[in-house]
Design a protein around this ligand. Structure first.
Ligand code: NI
Length: 183
C-alpha cells in the first residue's frame, strides 16, 4: 500500500475524460491500486477520490462517508465505522428533482471551498472491486460526494459548477496558497 502524489489544479489531466475499465482487467493488480487510492484518500482526510486525481485516467473512484464530515454536522460522527466504497465505471441511473446545496472541497484544490447545488438523491450503478455489479442510492452529503467524484471521471471539477467570477477567485486563492508552500 502506498500514498500516491495528488494532481493539484490547475492541471490538464483534471480536464481529461477517464477510460472505462474492462471487466477482465479487474484483478489483484487493480485491487492493489484501489487500496492505494483508499490510503491516499484517508491520508489526506478526503471523503472521496477519483483515480485521475493521482494521474490515472481510469473510471475508478473511492469514497468513505462512514464518519460523515465536520463540515456538515448532521452527518458527522467521529467514532463512525469506516464505510469504504469503490466504484468502477459508475453510472447515475436516477437523480431526484429535489436539489441539495453543499459547500464542496476537493483534494486537487487544497483549502478551497465553494457552494455547489446538485440533485439531492442519486442512484448509481457500478462494478465493485471484484467486478460484481452493484446499485446503491445516495442522499445529501453522500450524494454530493459520489456526484463530485463521478464528475472527475468526466474531466469536470467542482468549480465548473459555479460562476466564472467565483471560479476565478478560487483559482487566485489557490495560487496564493500554493506559493506559500502550505502543502
Ligand atoms: Ni474532487
Amino acid at each position: 500500500m502506498a500514498i500516491l502524489p495528488l494532481v493539484i489544479a490547475p492541471d490538464p489531466r483534471l480536464k481529461k475524460i477517464s477510460e472505462p475499465v474492462k471487466k477482465e482487467d479487474i484483478d489483484n493488480d487493480l485491487r492493489h491500486f484501489i487500496g492505494d487510492l483508499f490510503d491516499t484518500m484517508y491520508e489526506n482526510k478526503g471523503l472521496g477520490l477519483a483515480a485521475v486525481q493521482v494521474g490515472v485516467l481510469k473510471r475508478i473512484l473511492v469514497m468513505d462517508m462512514g464518519k460523515g464530515t465536520p463540515r456538515y454536522e448532521e452527518t458527522y460522527d467521529a467514532n463512525g465505522e469506516p464505510d469504504p466504497i469503490c466504484m468502477i465505471n459508475p453510472e447515475i441511473v436516477w437523480a431526484s428533482d429535489e436539489k441539495f446545496c453543499f459547500e464542496e472541497g476537493c483534494l486537487s484544490f487544497p483549502a478551497q471551498f465553494s457552494d455547489v447545488t446538485r440533485p439531492k438523491k442519486v442512484r448509481v450503478k457500478y462494478l465493485d472491486e471484484f467486478g460484481d455489479e452493484q446499485e446503491k442510492e445516495f442522499s445529501e452529503v453522500s450524494a454530493v460526494c459520489v456526484q463530485h467524484e463521478m464528475d472527475h471521471l468526466n474531466g469536470i471539477v467542482f468549480v465548473d459548477h459555479i460562476s466564472k467570477i467565483k471560479k476565478d477567485m478560487v483559482m487566485k486563492k489557490l495560487e496564493k496558497f500554493k506559493k506559500k508552500g502550505a502543502f
